[in-house]
Write a protein that binds this ligand. Structure first.
Ligand code: AKG
Length: 282
């Protein structure tokens, strides 16, 4: 059966830059991915394990680092990333089929740090248009175990200039500043639910404060059909039937926005310049 998106859901996505679709995958499918990736992670090392693994480390993220681009060598990951249901929803939200450029799995064990607020387009640089993420919960995700957080409406912002992040709470070291009082919305999800969000949306996650609950998520990154270039790290892009599509390389860096005060209201001025991201992927 085709995945239907209601007019109300589409409007929510257009107004807020994100949308949770409940039960896109069944609890049994979520359980399959939970087992699949956990066994894989515990069994060895893989291409993309850039920050290394140390099973004796006190840092939970050293014991269970995220995995990247699994679709390039793991059939189940490729099948998931180009799944008909994800394609139908994104095509309905965007008006055309996207291209798939990245897969990631986050394990986020108890006491693991989160990821500071950022915009995915800072890394992907899809042009023209932007990128989109499909973020599937494979455990229950809530505030205690560090669910994703989004800033509703930030899809309308340009890329913001980054500042240093608090690396005691985030495993990445850059973040974007927000004016005081900006609403940051936790996104509570059950296994199999998928959060779709636009590449400009400011999002991140807090540490996992639980003693006993992982917060695993499986993520696909895509670029809109009108994109003709994407950053080097994300090549080759794939059509949603798995065939490669030729895109050019985005240069990275460029103008970025800073918050300025305009008659007591914070507004973004495109007066900053961002260098190339040092790390290629988030
Ligand atoms: O899952 C998380 O904690 C962060 C993931 C994220 O920010 C991303 O995929 O861009």
């Amino acid at each position: 059966m085709a995945m239907e998106i209601t007019a109300q859901q589409k409007r929510f996505f257009e107004d807020n830059g994100y949308l949770v679709v409940k039960a896109v995958f069944t609890p049994e499918e979520a359980a399959f991915y939970r087992g699949h990736y956990t066994h894989m992670r515990e069994a060895g090392t893989y291409p993309g394990d850039y920050s290394g693994i140390d099973i004796t480390s006190n840092d939970p993220l050293k014991r269970y680092p995220r995995m990247i681009h699994m679709h390039r060598w793991d059939e189940a990951s490729l099948r998931w990333a180009i799944d008909r249901r994800l394609n139908e929803i994104m095509t309905a939200l965007l008006g055309a089929e996207p291209y798939m450029v990245q897969t990631m799995i986050y394990f986020k064990p108890p006491h693991a740090r989160g990821q500071a607020l950022h915009q995915d387009q800072y890394y992907l640089r899809a042009q023209p248009g932007t990128c989109i993420a499909a973020w599937m919960a494979i455990d229950r995700c809530d505030e205690a175990n560090g669910c994703l957080q989004v800033v509703p409406g930030s899809h309308a912002w340009p890329l913001l200039c980054t500042v240093k992040a608090d690396t005691t709470r985030s495993f990445t070291d850059v973040t974007v500043p927000l004016p005081e009082g900006t609403a940051v919305q936790p996104v509570i999800m059950d296994p199999g639910d998928v959060l779709f969000f636009n590449g400009q949306v400011v999002h991140g996650s807090l540490p996992n404060t639980t003693d006993d609950r992982f917060r695993r998520s499986l993520i696909g990154h895509y670029v809109q059909a009108e994109a003709r270039q994407v950053a080097h790290y994300y090549h080759p892009a794939l059509r949603m039937d798995g065939r490669p599509v030729e895109l050019a390389e985005s240069p990275g860096g460029g103008a970025c926005g800073v918050w300025v005060d305009q008659d007591g209201t914070p507004v973004i001025e495109l007066s900053g310049v961002e260098g190339k991201p040092i790390k290629a992927s988030e």
